[in-house]
Ligand binder design. Structure first.
Ligand SMILES: Nc1nc2c(ncn2[C@@H]2O[C@H](COP(=O)(O)OP(=O)(O)OP(=O)(O)O)[C@@H](O)[C@H]2O)c(=O)[nH]1
Ligand SMILES: [Mg+2]
Ligand SMILES: [Zn+2]
Length: 295
């Protein structure tokens, strides 16, 4: 059987990208497949080419992860796009997003866009945030979609991966996508009005680019609450740098317990106060706990 990737899922239309010839077919799932599961963008499918335009889907591979909003499977990397300004950098939103994508097992990486508009002191400030997140264990890339800087490196970095753009409105997600894919796309509306007049995400389109890489856009948002996805007690597992330390109690919440190595690390400057403070904010703990550790 041949292997393809569902890159477009809209109502009854299933777009399948076939790896061996990089052509896009209309996917028709066999009944037994439909019985097993729904089909989403990001699903790896096995089947046969029936004619020039049609691919019969015989089977779907098991998903390694699934993002609910937008519904897309097998995401290798989430590009969390941020800007230092326009819009103003919001590290609380970033830390929530990082925790959520860690939780969904979708490997978040940080992309700072609009570096073209920064003056010297702002560049220094960005450098500080870059170092902070790198030492927490995240890859950080800096780009300008407008001036096309850093895009080639980003393309290289995403080789062979299924990626999703995420981040607040106006940071340049769609602009980055256009640069990566190499054409000015009319990005399809990903939301549609329900009868109540609310917007809901119905699908996502993955665009092939480079060497079997795929990227999908998402609409922006202004806030995300990690506790919508996970329990308070779990948040500590999705702050990457915390996992380097072994506290006296294995279920230590890094708040008031004795023998907490995470707090010790904050005190020594190995874990940043900004990250630790946001952790406390996310779990709705008293942030004065951080006061004694950070001056
Ligand atoms: N100066 C500068 N402006 C940029 C850059 N990238 C995007 N912009 C501008 O920022 C604005 C928002 O860009 P979009 O790509 O629409 O942002 P988005 O993240 O897709 O926004 P939503 O779809 O609302 O979530 C547009 O006016 C872009 O022209 C950049 O690298 N530098
Ligand atoms: Mg957009
Ligand atoms: Zn602890």
């Amino acid at each position: 059987m041949r292997k393809g990737l569902v890159i477009d899922r809209e109502a009854q239309m299933i777009g399948v990208y076939l790896f061996e010839n990089k052509k896009i077919y209309r996917g028709i799932p066999r009944k037994k497949v439909l019985k097993k599961t729904k089909i989403y963008a990001g699903d790896y499918v096995l089947g046969e080419v029936v004619d020039e335009n049609t691919f019969a889907i015989e089977d779907i591979e098991e998903r390694k992860n699934f993002l609910v909003r937008p519904p897309v499977a097998n995401v290798d990397k989430v590009l969390v796009v941020m800007t230092l300004k326009m819009p103003e950098f919001d590290n609380f939103l970033l830390d929530n997003l990082l925790a959520v994508y860690e939780y969904l097992n979708a490997d978040p990486v940080i992309v700072f866009n609009k570096i073209d508009i920064l003056d010297e002191s702002e560049k220094k400030e960005l450098k500080r945030w870059e170092e902070l997140y790198k030492s927490a264990g995240y890859d950080v890339l800096k780009v300008s979609a407008r001036e096309n800087t850093g895009i080639e490196r980003l393309k290289e970095y995403l080789k062979g991966a299924i990626c999703i753009l995420a981040g607040p409105s106006g940071v340049g997600k769609s602009s980055i996508l256009s640069r990566l894919v190499g054409i000015q796309l009319e990005t399809r509306e990903v939301s549609e009005k329900t009868e109540r007049g609310r917007h809901t995400t119905t699908g996502v389109k993955l665009f092939p680019f480079g060497d079997n890489s795929f990227i999908g856009d998402t609409p922006g948002f202004s806030s995300v609450d990690a506790l919508y996805f996970m329990d308070k007690k779990e948040v500590r597992l999705y702050f990457r740098e915390f996992l380097r330390y072994k506290c006296r109690f294995p279920d230590c919440t890094h708040t008031k317990e004795p023998g907490c190595q995470v707090k010790e690390a904050v005190k020594k400057g190995e874990i940043s106060c900004e990250r630790y403070r946001n952790y406390l904010k996310i779990i709705k703990e008293d942030i004065s706990i951080a006061k004694d550790l950070c001056q």
